[in-house]
Design a protein around this ligand. Structure first.
Ligand code: NCD
Length: 326
């Protein structure tokens, strides 16, 4: 996997506050809990008639999306708007980068427009770290997904959704199913779940879709759905990241669905009050049956709603603007 140099801990100030939000790695339970608590205080904003608080009034946020996104881009935009920031989304496919301008030149030009924050999605692992290292000191960077490396705001909205349903993390058994190998979401979720103190994180996938030495990430790896789903409280399904597969990892999609697709029958192995999650986009009939995706155990659309509050929390925390939400 190609990746840029990834320094650790540049996301924290000397006093331990968030300056950037690039990865879950190196963040402690207290900080992750602060993100969740701050997000909780923002959930009401989206339900008000006037869906705005003035916490980031006068701040300029630039969404730099070098890779496709629907949910992440729009929820970041909505989060910034609800905090009263000015937000601008740069469509990289039609920007000067497509004419050969380097990443740093693009950043320098945007800096010259006096921005306060970059929200970055990039196909290359380490891209957000690289920008955070090279940008002007007053600018904060949020990683909205870099290659196969990390997607920390997705992991936090998933933690928020789990806490909403299960109240606490202690004692929970969580299974993450599917293409773990190519998933930045799984890497961030595993770090967050272990930091927040769940009892067990399982990953269920064929060996070809598991990273080497996956157990070192603090998970139990299983190949069998029946065994893997037994008595779990939370099931997180993942999409096959075909855009990151450069060879045949699977015999066929239908074979994959037969072995690892989540159906109502498979769900019976889990606890009766299990919740079913997915970061989206979902591929019906490939990793999840429609009846499960739309069924009563599914919290997939709640994850999307929670994305706005969690992104509001992270944005205010990195810009130091949090002083208690409305
Ligand atoms: C994920 C991503 O982009 O990493 N989606 C998302 O952010 N909602 C997962 C995926 O693309 O499968």
């Amino acid at each position: 996997m190609r990746s840029l140099n990834m320094p650790k801990h540049i996301q924290l100030t000397e006093s331990g506050r968030l300056k950037h939000f690039l990865t879950i790695e190196g963040l402690d339970k207290a900080l992750l809990t602060e993100i969740l608590d701050t997000a909780e205080s923002f959930t009401g904003v989206s339900e008000h008639q006037i869906k705005k608080v003035p916490l980031l009034r006068g701040k300029t946020i630039v969404n730099l999306f070098f890779e496709n996104s629907t949910r992440t881009r729009t929820t970041f935009e909505l989060a910034a708007t609800r905090l009263s920031a000015d937000v601008l989304t740069v469509n990289i496919a039609t920007s000067a980068t497509a004419k050969g301008e380097s990443l740093l030149d693009t950043i320098r030009n945007l800096e010259a427009m006096h921005v306060d924050m970059f929200v970055v999605r990039h196909a290359l692992s380490g891209a957000a770290h690289f920008i955070a290292e090279h940008t002007a000191p007053h600018i904060s960077v949020i990683n909205a997904g870099d290659g196969q490396h990390a997607h920390p705001t997705q992991a936090m909205l998933d933690m928020f959704t789990i806490r909403q349903h299960k109240k606490q993390f202690d004692g929970l058994k969580v299974a993450i199913v599917g293409d773990i190998l190519h998933s930045r979401v799984a890497r961030s979720q595993i770090l967050a779940l272990n930091t927040l103190g769940v009892a067990e994180v399982r990953v269920i996938a064929p060996k070809t879709l598991l990273p080497a030495r996956v157990e070192h990430m603090g998970v139990i790896a299983l190949q069998d759905m029946r065994e893997g789903l037994k008595d779990v409280d939370v099931v997180i399904m993942l999409r096959l990241q075909k855009e990151r597969m450069n060879s045949a990892f699977l015999p066929s999609e239908s074979e994959f669905f037969n072995c690892y697709g989540l159906t109502e029958e498979q769900l019976h192995y889990a606890k009766p009050d299990v919740i079913v999650m997915h970061p989206g986009p979902i591929n019906r009939g490939v990793e999840i049956a429609s009846s499960v995706a739309d069924g009563e155990r599914s919290v997939i659309l709640q994850q999307v709603s929670n994305g706005v509050a969690v992104r509001m929390a992270v944005m205010t925390m990195v810009l130091g603007g949090y002083g208690g939400a409305a």
